[in-house]
Design a protein. Structure first.
Lengths: 214, 140, 148
């Protein structure tokens, strides 16, 4: 009986291997011009046996999660560094990272990364189109600076002289209305409108709108 | 007590516990069917639309290159600036655009459809089931 | 050793093995149940990813399955209503294994993109094998029950 008691203690222990996370959810704000968002998730093995992390799976190809090693003895700490590629994403983003351990494959941990990617300048729409033969009436694009951003809209140019651009300032430097008029719609045309700003000061951004006659 | 009787009692207790959890747990799941997004469409619905659908693949370029919906165009967050003008070459105002990514649990298609709508594409939807659903329906 | 003492010794070993295995399974299920009961909402999402059940049932299962696992675990831990617990144990293991098998067979892409990767084999094959082993253990516990 004593032997089996000892055996049962020995075999029951693996069930109590456990990772304790500092936090499983982080909210981060990106600065305009940032290419990626980085979040670090720290954990400690508070169990009584070693833990092996055998799978770290992100919910999106844009997010990578790096782990320096897979095995953690009791008491050891480690961290997972998650990097989310911003690309052209804007607004609120939620990505998750699923961490599975060899000891508890049925109970993975889900880490969440909530990101806020600000959009300093909003253009609506970002393109205007005419069909061939459609009457060349002007179409408008509204360009507005988001509240809280010290952006000044400087200039709007068309790279195609046959596509005319007329800018009216609703709020100088903050909100513009751009009237786009093609010379005629008898043949296919295209143009890119360049919206120049002074922000950020070390790397002023230019935004693009597209014009097509097809 | 027979095994069956015991199992029945266990069931009752489990149901009771489940009921309590469902009622008061701070992280309980919502029991109403998750509301259907008006911008989500099924493959069946797209087949009933008049005119041709412009299919947009929201996945990475390498996944697109290996296989994609016939005549689809790739448009993702990583390469939006380069790909969007090419999308405009294909797109005609009034055309319905359906975005897809790998499967049901993937959110990329919804996000790209949202971005298209914000850019001025009025009829931008995303496909329920994604590439998996299309592949299943169009197996040779 | 006389034949009487021999059979008493082998019965003792049998009893010992039973005890060990019963406690082991109980601990496993209690741990699993408690972990899931911390966040039923996430568990519901995990069940939904298997695409086997319609939504309201999925939410109900997310709450009911851990509750059942908890009851079974407690019964096995204290050796009460063991027969009833073993019946549910077998049923649960068959259901979980079935779901895992179906996910593997359909090559479900539970996550997005990532080069169209299906659920990693380390994620579904290992639990499937473990469930089958547990099923065998359940069978052993059932057939070696002390006659009432």
């Amino acid at each position: 009986m004593r032997l089996s008691l000892l055996l049962s203690l020995f075999l029951a222990i693996p069930a109590f291997a456990q990772l304790k996370w500092d936090t499983t959810e982080q909210t981060l704000k990106a600065n305009p011009g940032d290419r990626e968002i980085v979040a670090t998730y720290r954990f400690t093995n508070t169990g009584t046996t070693a833990i092996t992390i055998d799978n770290v799976h992100t919910s999106c190809g844009c997010t990578t999660a790096a782990l320096t090693r897979n095995d953690y003895a009791p008491g050891e700490s480690g961290q997972i560094v998650a990097r989310m590629d911003i690309g052209n994403r804007t607004g609120h983003q939620e990505k998750s990272i699923v961490v599975t351990t060899k000891q508890n494959p049925k109970s993975p941990t889900v880490l969440r990364l909530l990101a806020d990617i600000p959009q300093p300048v909003v253009m609506k729409p970002t393109f205007v189109m005419w069909a061939l033969g459609e009457s060349p009436n002007p179409k408008t694009i509204n360009i507005k600076v988001t509240d809280g951003f010290a952006v000044k809209l400087l200039k709007v140019d068309s790279d195609n002289p046959d596509i005319k651009v007329e800018v009216s300032e609703i709020h100088p430097g903050v909100e513009l209305e751009v009237k786009v008029t093609p010379k005629d719609t008898s043949r296919p045309e295209m143009a890119t409108l360049l919206v120049r700003t002074d922000y950020p000061s070390d790397n002023p951004q230019t935004y693009y709108a597209y014009v097509k006659v097809k | 007590m027979t095994a069956l009787r015991q199992a029945g009692l266990i069931l009752l207790i489990a149901l009771g516990l489940a009921g309590v959890t469902a009622a008061v747990h701070p992280k309980r799941p919502s029991f109403l069917a998750p509301p259907r997004d008006p911008n989500e469409v099924t493959l069946a619905q797209t087949k009933q639309w008049p005119g041709t659908v412009l299919w947009v693949d929201a996945r990475s370029e390498s996944e697109f290159a290996s296989e994609h919906v016939t005549d689809a165009i790739c448009l993702n967050f990583e390469n939006w600036t380069e790909q969007f003008p090419k999308f405009l070459d294909r797109y005609n105002p009034g055309q319905r655009v359906v975005v897809y990514c790998s499967a049901t649990s993937c959110q990329l298609s919804r996000e790209i459809a949202d971005k298209l709508r914000a850019s001025g594409v009025e009829d931008a939807y995303f496909l329920e089931g994604g590439w998996e659903a299309w592949k299943q329906q169009n197996r040779p | 050793m006389s034949t009487v003492t021999q059979s008493m010794a082998s019965r003792r070993i049998l009893r010992g093995c039973r005890f060990v295995l019963r406690i082991l399974i109980a601990a496993l299920f209690l741990f699993a149940a408690i972990t899931k009961l911390f966040d039923p909402s996430s568990f519901a999402q995990q069940i939904a990813n298997y695409q086997l059940t319609p939504w309201p049932s999925t939410a109900a299962l997310a709450v009911f399955l851990p509750a059942l696992e908890l009851c079974v675990g407690i019964c096995l831990l204290f050796g009460r209503w063991e027969s009833g617990a073993l019946v549910w144990l077998a049923i649960l293991l068959v259901i979980f294994s079935g779901a895992l098998l179906s996910a593997i067979v359909r090559g479900l892409s539970i996550d997005c993109g990532c080069f169209g990767r299906s659920v990693e084999n380390t994620g579904t094959l290992w639990p499937l094998i473990r469930n089958l082993v547990l099923l065998a253990v359940t069978g052993f516990l059932w057939f070696s029950r002390r006659p009432r």
